[in-house]
Design a protein around this ligand. Sequence first.
Ligand SMILES: [Fe+2]
Length: 244
Amino acid sequence: MGLFNRRKENRPTFEVLGTDMHCHLLPSVDDGSRDINETLSCLKTMKSLGFKKIYFTPHFQANYPNDETDIVKRFEQLKKALAPHAREIPELAGISGEYRFDQRYERRAGIDAVNPLPGKKLLCELSLHGSNYNPLESFKAFLAEGYNLILAHPERYPYLGIHSPELKEILDLGIKLQLNTLSLNGFYGPAALEKGFAFLENGWVSYLGTDLHNTHYAQELVATAANSKVQKVLQRYKFLNSEL
Ligand SMILES: [Fe+2]
């Protein structure tokens, strides 16, 4: 795609990705979008940045112990409410979740129903601050049940360095990594920026996700698209977003 990954007005985009599979734009269910107006504004920005399909992934964690049935209902209501804007926004392709595995909240395979992405893919996240909790046994239980796990934003966990044995174990289990696009523009600080590029160089990144929460993130996403280093990443590496 390279130079052609630009819209007519020569605005740099994420068109080559096509699909976003990590965002918090289902209104009023977690720390993401506050209401439908904010969601609509963010979705319009995403459309202008070349996204064609969006999967919503609200938090499932101790602070936001959402219920799948309720979340699905809210998603269907949102789709109906946004139907008049269908041409201005990406396709609202589906609803899943970002499932936290930490000492305060853990989904148990075989006991808890979860709502995966297509292909039985499950977006997982760890504690951002670290703990004695070891998620690997839970991950293995989900893998044994045929789930395909995707670890969200590995560059954001300070305790997960590129040489850490835990990361090697995660990769050896076949768990895919999803980098936050905004990390590549320094949104989460210099450590996440550096690690993000290191993970890419090692060929470990399968997905880029926006992890979009609100209009502030949306503006940061516009700035990230305009970063020439980010556009080079989009040209150089193959991501699996469009398979979703
Ligand atoms: Fe997220």
